[in-house]
Structures are given as structure tokens and as C-alpha cells.
Design a protein around this ligand. Structure first.
Ligand code: FAD
Length: 498
């Protein structure tokens, strides 16, 4: 008998999971409601694609594992190499981040359209996946003849068709993103959907593409040649902005406003928004650019967790993944890495069992273990802002207090900063930061190394980031300059990097 797996939705989770499934099912069908654009382009099904997206190291590794050659292909497409503290200025709630003598690149920076189209090009080369575009799944086929109900397929409608098509499958994977209709489909089949947790981050994003004006050159002392990033400061300062270099000499300006405030759409409004930031850096940079398109705005959906991992009525033959199960504030850039990581978890689970009865429970449990890290980080961070409505439990307060201590300690002790970055990059779980030695070192740094945190407190909160010459230790400055010069030389003369 031929076994079939159906994937609903061809975003990052859908494309990655379909590739994982081909080794376990005779037939893998991916149903996507959009027509994929030719080349790099946005599409209706992913309305957030016009907004800034960065892919963390965890996501990069997961995608590379599923689609070998992914990173090389991005490089060939001239993805810029953005590195905070080296060629991109970062102002965190604590002030400007440290300048680094060499680039430390822990995330990929290009448009979401470029990322998705690069994965898609590899996905389309896989002959074992059957892609059906313009196919909107509108229900699940549920068999309720046994004690445990079973999902045995889907019905969908293709654009232009008057009738629905039924497709039987041993496994249905819901990768249809935050607009997933699975809860409605289950209710219609007499199954109570999983419970949900919600928290509204009250955030609106705005995005606009720019390019440098012909002949424009930044002043020589602007070392932030690849962009600037200004974060929000809890509990009150609820606006953020960044202007980051993307592929093809494009730059993406992002404006973020909390409390449900509107993002300005006209030039004067954007200018005024930027002029009110803690640092005028982006405001000062903007005159060097000209817009390529209009401002697009996007009101973030609520953070939402669907408790699939403790769902008593889970039918066999059905799993849901990524944004279809868990949506959260993207300010830490973790959503696509979660999507790719979930596909990696599916791959591991399929090596243990491909039984439609056993797979859902195993998968939901492991997926929740992974996703809860990103969800916890996002929701707890949102609760630092006073206008966000939600319970500030003792554990939330403790979590946020400890998180602040780690960030402060990381400014004094680079080891702490490096280790904690692994948590933010989703390479390690949140529990990694609760290892006894790590806790001791954080407390030690807070109690005894405060003097190293802020070598020059004024510089940290100055409107313009400190330059290399202001790094206090002369030796460090020399090393930085030497390595930086060598790197820049290599970059321009040898073409090592863009
Ligand atoms: C403003 C903003 C900024 C973000 N920035 C980042 C970032 O910097 N880094 C990061 O990692 N993440 C970021 N994210 C999160 C990221 O966009 C999502 O987490 C990620 O796209 C989820 O992937 P997915 O495959 O689960 O869902 P999606 O990408 O939403 O894909 C779902 C797919 O399913 C299709 N579909 C839906 N319903 C049906 C149906 N009934 N039938 C057939 N097809 C269907 C859709 O057309 C779509 O193709 C950001 C999100 C937002 C909103």
C-alpha cells in the first residue's frame, strides 16, 4: 500500500517538513494557497514578508541540514555580512553594545523574500515532493469509527475549480502559519481543540526599503557601514527602529511602536518618529538614502501558544507545527528558526516511529520542549512593558530580574555574554542559563565586576556610538584597529566578504 503525507502550507515550516517526510512516505503532497512568485518576491500568504527578518544560527543550521547548500546559495546571491558591534551599531536597553575588533556573525541578514526564495529553489529541486499551488485546504477528513478519532486526509479547493478535492493521507501536517484553521476544523468534527494561552504585545511594525542615493558616501568615521539598531527600553520607552543593509544594495528601515500606536506612513512622519529616538543615528543616516517603496505596516498578532502537547483528544494521523501552534513577538528574530527547528524535530521523531498513532504524541511533546524557550523569552520580555496586559507572576518577575542581571553581567564578562547568546540564538535551552556555574559567575560579575560593565558610562548612552578610539584599553584598541584594518583590506582587495 502506498503511504501518503500531506503538508498544509508552503512557508518555511512546510517546505522543510515536506523534505523531511520524503524519506518516510511514498508520496508527499504540499498544498499551498498562493502561487509562488518567480524569483525573489513577496506573496499574500506571508503578509509579514515585507518586514525585517533575520535568521538565527539555529535556524541556519537546521535549514542547512535539511537543504544542504542553502547558506552557500545565499552567499552566491550576495547576502551582506552584518555583524553587530563591528559594522552595525546596536543600542540595547543598557546603551551601546561593545565594539568588536573582528566580525562575529551569528545571524543572516537579507530580506525575508530572499530567504524564502532561496529555500524554495532547493525545495523545487526535490522531485519526490508534489507541490499543488493555489490550493486552499478547507477541512480535515476525520474518521470517528474507532475510540480514538483519526485524521485520514484533507479537502481542498483549487482556484478556478467549483468542486472540492479530497486527498487521503496517513499523516496530515498543519504548517499553515498563524492563520491556521485547525481549531475550527476540529470543532466541526466534534473534537475539542487544544487550549490556548494568549498575550497581546501591542506592537505595530512598519517597513520601507531604501537604497543609497547615487554617489552618497557615509562620513569616514561612521564605522556602522551596514546599519544601526535601536531597541526599546522597558518599562516605558516603547519605540524601536533599525536601518539594516540587505541584499542587492537594498536597506530596510523598520519602525516599531508599542501600545498599539500608529506607524507614520509619510516622509515627514517617519522623520519625526526617528528624531524622537534615544539616538538620532538613523535619523542622521536617512538623508543618504532614497525610498524604493512605500511604508508597509503590520499589527502583530497576539502571542499564542496552543497546548498540543497536553491535548487529550489528539486524533491519530495529525500534527501541527511552527506558527500554526505557537506565535510570538518577533523582536528576538526566532520565528523562522523555530519553524526550521520543528522540522528537525519531526525528522528525529520519524526515526523513532512513523506510526500515525504514536507520532503525534511524541512530536508534540518534543516540539513543545523546544518552542517553549522562544515563547517564554518573548512573553516575559513583553511583560516588562507596563502597558502590556497580563499576569506578572512571581516566576515572571524572577525570570525578568535574572535576565536583566545576565545582560548586565555580560557587559562585564564576555564569557557570560557569549554563553547567553547561545540561548538567544536557540542553540541552547533557557535552562542553560540556570546551570550552577553560570549562575555563580553572573552573581559574581554583578557583585564584584561592576567596574568593568561601564568603562565609560557616558559613552554608552551617548547619542552616537563610541568609536574604536574611545575603547579604553589601548592594547585592545590597537588589536581592534589592526584586525579591523586587515579585515577591511581583505574585504575590499581580496573580496573575502562583502
Ligand atoms: C513583523 C514580523 C517580523 C518577523 N521577524 C522575524 C525575524 O526577524 N526572524 C524570524 O525568524 N522570524 C520572524 N518573524 C516570524 C516569522 O515570520 C514566522 O515565525 C514564520 O514565517 C513562521 O513560518 P511558518 O512556515 O510556520 O508560517 P508562514 O510563514 O506563515 O507560512 C504559512 C503558509 O501556509 C499557507 N497557508 C495558510 N493557510 C493555508 C490553507 N488553508 N491552505 C493552504 N495553504 C495555506 C500560507 O499561504 C503560507 O505560505 C517575524 C514575524 C513578523 C510578523
Amino acid at each position: 500500500m502506498t503511504s501518503t503525507a500531506v503538508v498544509i502550507g508552503g512557508g518555511i515550516a512546510g517546505m522543510c517538513s515536506a523534505k523531511v517526510l520524503v524519506d518516510h512516505y511514498d508520496r508527499v503532497v504540499l498544498l499551498e494557497r498562493d502561487v509562488y512568485p518567480d524569483g525573489v518576491g513577496g506573496r499574500r500568504g506571508v503578509p509579514q514578508s515585507k518586514m525585517f527578518h533575520t535568521l538565527l544560527e539555529r535556524g541556519r543550521r537546521e535549514i542547512e541540514d535539511i537543504y544542504p547548500g542553502f547558506h552557500k546559495l545565499l552567499d552566491e546571491r550576495k547576502m551582506p555580512k552584518v555583524a553587530f558591534g563591528f559594522n552595525c551599531a546596536l543600542m540595547t536597553p543598557r546603551g551601546w553594545g561593545r565594539n568588536l575588533p573582528v566580525p562575529v556573525q551569528r545571524s543572516l541578514f537579507c530580506t525575508r523574500a530572499m530567504l524564502e526564495s532561496t529555500i524554495r529553489d532547493l525545495f523545487l529541486q526535490e522531485p519526490r515532493i508534489e507541490l499543488i499551488e493555489e490550493a486552499v485546504v478547507n477541512n480535515l477528513i476525520v474518521d470517528d469509527n474507532n475510540a480514538r478519532k483519526a485524521v485520514t486526509g484533507v479537502t481542498y479547493k483549487r482556484r478556478g475549480d467549483s468542486d472540492l478535492t479530497s486527498l487521503s493521507a496517513e499523516l496530515v501536517v498543519d504548517a499553515s502559519g498563524f492563520s491556521s484553521k485547525a481549531a475550527q476544523w476540529f470543532k466541526a468534527a466534534g473534537i475539542n481543540p487544544p487550549e490556548e494561552h494568549e498575550l497581546d504585545p501591542l506592537l505595530t511594525y512598519g517597513g520601507q526599503l531604501f537604497k543609497l542615493k547615487a554617489g552618497a558616501r557615509f562620513p569616514k568615521d561612521w564605522w556602522w557601514t551596514h546599519g544601526a539598531f535601536i531597541q526599546r527600553v522597558p518599562p516605558k520607552d516603547n519605540v524601536a527602529a533599525h536601518l539594516i543593509r540587505q541584499e542587492g544594495d537594498l536597506w530596510l528601515l523598520t519602525l516599531v511602536a508599542g501600545d498599539g500606536l500608529e506607524i507614520p506612513k509619510d516622509e515627514a512622519g517617519v522623520s519625526e518618529f526617528l528624531s524622537r529616538m534615544r539616538s538620532p543615528l538613523i535619523y542622521d543616516m536617512l538623508p543618504y538614502f532614497e525610498p524604493v517603496d512605500e511604508v508597509t505596516t503590520y499589527r502583530l498578532p497576539k502571542n499564542k501558544w496552543k497546548f498540543y502537547e497536553r491535548w487529550d483528544e489528539s486524533p491519530s494521523g495529525f500534527i501541527a507545527m511552527a506558527a500554526a501552534t505557537c506565535v510570538f513577538n518577533p523582536n528576538m528574530g526566532q520565528g523562522m528558526s523555530v519553524a526550521a527547528g520543528d522540522a528537525g524535530i519531526l525528522k528525529q521523531c520519524l526515526q523513532i516511529t512513523d506510526s500515525p498513532h504514536e507520532l503525534p504524541e511524541l512530536f508534540f511533546k518534543r516540539q513543545a520542549e523546544f518552542q517553549k524557550n522562544a515563547y517564554q523569552l518573548a512573553c516575559n520580555n513583553d511583560l516588562k512593558f507596563e502597558t502590556v496586559v497580563g499576569p506578572r507572576t512571581v516566576s515572571t518577575r524572577l525570570f525578568n530580574w535574572y535576565n536583566d542581571q545576565i545582560n548586565a553581567a555580560g557587559a562585564a564578562d564576555p564569557w557570560i555574554a557569549r554563553e547567553y547568546a547561545l540561548v538567544n540564538l536557540l542553540m541552547e535551552p533557557v535552562s542553560y542559563s540556570y546551570r550552577p556555574w553560570f549562575v555563580v559567575r553572573v552573581l559574581f560579575a554583578r557583585l564584584f565586576l561592576r567596574w568593568r560593565e561601564n568603562p565609560n558610562a557616558d559613552d554608552r548612552v551617548a547619542p552616537i556610538p563610541p568609536g574604536p578610539a574611545e575603547i579604553p584599553t589601548r592594547i585592545r584598541a590597537e588589536i581592534r584597529n589592526g584586525l579591523g584594518l586587515a579585515y577591511r583590506f581583505a574585504r575590499t582587495r581580496v573580496g573575502l566578504a562583502r
